[in-house]
Design a protein around this ligand. Structure first.
Ligand SMILES: [Zn+2]
Length: 298
């Protein structure tokens, strides 16, 4: 995409209608000359007006540019989807479904579903690449988020909150994952999965992390009061800064986030945080990065 719409005016200039959005998806994902998945020949594709599809010049096979995108199987106009993405990339703390409902003029149910799909898309685009590397510092920590209903606390000691574990490469990317609790058998496999071997892990004094050196990681701890950087220079201030952003997004924007969906809100915050130095490119990235056409759609 040549331009990066940062204002509503630029957005509507680039995407004035549904057709321009579909053309964009076709050009980004396939383009003229794209080999037909059915007859395998490079084809000149022509637009079929009756549906969101293009037809092969040789065999008439239909290509759907929305397949494997958040916009697949939806009757909602593409331009509204693109505009919802625009809204998601121009706010710092996310967009409430209620706000989407109001701005897009869709039902609350549709707005909620769109927001949910957009969060999943952000999670896919961000990916789950390992953080850290030999000799690199990775801050690891857990926090409880979500579950707004305080009245239910007597029934549930956590108040319906979900535990999120975060691994942040110093001055680099963060990776989040939901864990059942902070016991060793829940946390350590996540470190092995998501942190590159040889990284130096900075954690608090939680005993669960005690065995990190046995797993091939360096390990340094900070006092649990966390007011100070430890004498060895260990700290977890980066990940605490990220927790602050996640909690502002969840508590400040959304009325209630259930445990089932919480990982997606964490991924949304992760997506934004990891693009903190290139926020202007977010919309362009979200509108150009999609899963490949899967075999099942051939
Ligand atoms: Zn064909």
């Amino acid at each position: 995409m040549s331009t990066k719409p940062q204002t509503i005016r630029q957005f509507f200039k680039q995407f004035p209608d549904d057709e321009s959005c579909l053309t964009h998806l076709f050009e980004i994902r396939f383009g003229q000359g794209f080999p037909c998945p059915s007859c395998k020949k490079p084809s000149r594709w022509s637009r079929i007006r009756a549906e969101r599809a293009y037809s092969c010049q040789w065999c008439g096979h239909h290509l759907h540019p929305t397949v494997n995108t958040p916009f697949e199987r939806t009757r909602t106009p593409l331009q509204l989807w693109f505009y919802a993405l625009f809204l998601f990339t121009t706010t710092r703390n996310g967009v409430a479904a209620k706000e989407l409902e109001r701005q897009l003029g869709v039902t609350y149910k549709t707005a909620w579903r769109m927001a949910d799909k957009i969060r999943e898309h952000m999670a896919n685009v961000d990916g789950d690449q390992q953080v850290g590397g030999l000799g690199k510092i990775v801050e690891i920590d857990e926090t409880l988020v979500g579950g707004a209903n305080r009245k239910s606390r007597w029934r549930n000691p956590r108040g319906g909150k979900t535990m999120v574990m975060g691994m942040l490469e110093r001055d680099g990317a963060v990776l989040t994952t939901v864990v059942a609790d902070n016991r060793k058998h829940n946390l350590l496999p996540k470190v092995v999965e998501h942190v590159a071997p040889g990284s130096i892990c900075h954690t608090d004094e939680l005993r669960s992390y005690k065995d990190l050196p046995k797993l091939g990681f360096g390990h340094d701890t900070v006092n649990h009061t966390r007011r100070y950087v430890s004498p060895t220079g260990a700290h977890v201030q980066g990940i605490e800064n990220f927790w602050g952003q996640l909690k502002r997004a969840i508590n400040g924007t959304h009325i209630h986030v259930s445990g089932k969906h919480l990982w997606k809100y964490a991924k949304e915050a992760e997506y934004r945080f990891n693009r903190r130095d290139c926020a202007d490119a977010m919309l362009s990235e979200l509108l150009t990065t999609f899963q490949p056409l899967s075999a099942s759609h051939d």
